[in-house]
Ligand binder design. Sequence first.
Ligand code: HPA
Ligand code: ZN
Length: 346
Amino acid sequence: MTGDIELTGDTDLAAFVRGLPKAELHLHIEGTLEPEMLFELAGRNGVELPFTDEAAVRAAYSFTDLQSFLDIYYQGAAVLQTGQDFYDLMAAYLRRAHADGVRRAEMFFDPQTHTERGVGFDVFMEGFTSAMADAETATQISSGLIMCFLRHLPGEAACDTFRAAEAWLDRIIGVGLDSSEADHPPEEFAEAYAMARAAGLRPVAHAGEEGPPSYITGALDALGAERIDHGVRCEEDSALVRRLAEAQTPLTVCPLSNLALCVVDDLAGHNLKRLLDAGLKVTVNSDDPAYFGGYVADNYLAAASALGLTRAELAQCARNSLEASFAPADQKQAWLADLDAFLAPA
Ligand code: HPA
Ligand code: ZN
């Protein structure tokens, strides 16, 4: 769908964006830990923080690349210790997502970040899944969990993590690959992904954020990735761009993250619109909103303002997100009908 949409009424752009029924497909739940909750949980669990107050935390959120962010992100995750902590984190995110028009959230979690601190699957999975069930009861938001393997750790550790998740596999919809991308090609994780696919989990992978286009090709070919997280560096390989367009492989693009981690120098130089124009299935997401300055609607609005996206293009991103979700087909059809009704009120 291209061309602008005539909307009746005087809905302003922020209300329009928040009203768009959408899915968020690239969201690290540990990246939703706001400074307020960081301090609250540190106090509750007796964890000492290297920051005196919330302002000092926010001041430390000035990143030069992915690794400079990850160092702080893993430090923050250490305050998450009890089932209640994971419940509170998930509940807060799903409340915000619902307020942003999210009908479906497919959220990454990093089990190795927790298991290596002695916090086991039973602790975080109980917390996550009970908050997800309560949020669905309260607001009808649908959600699913994608278990990420940390790519700075060996492929064998990913296989061990998959085995450790065995009792919880019916509560996990997919597997992903995150953490430091440079020098950690996807092929190292082929065995863990093969086990996950054999168990019916849907494969996705971060690729082409900082890493080269060959990591996107590797994620598709060696891991069977059905969606590429970020993927913005695909543009450096025109054959790959054609492949992604032809296969309509979704890209989960995160504009404010790319800005915060210096993947782009400024948002006006972001390739999101060019990728849309090339016919790629682009979606808009927040990645780690507590660290990058905005939740999903903020990402739509920042991209709209920097790139001059039309309402039709914003609606296309929302449509792409619903189509790219791993929810059952009948649910997706219902959300897509809601989107159509929102765009063309009777
Ligand atoms: N990239 C890689 N790893 C991550 C990210 C990201 O954007 N966010 C949290 N872990
Ligand atoms: Zn990410």
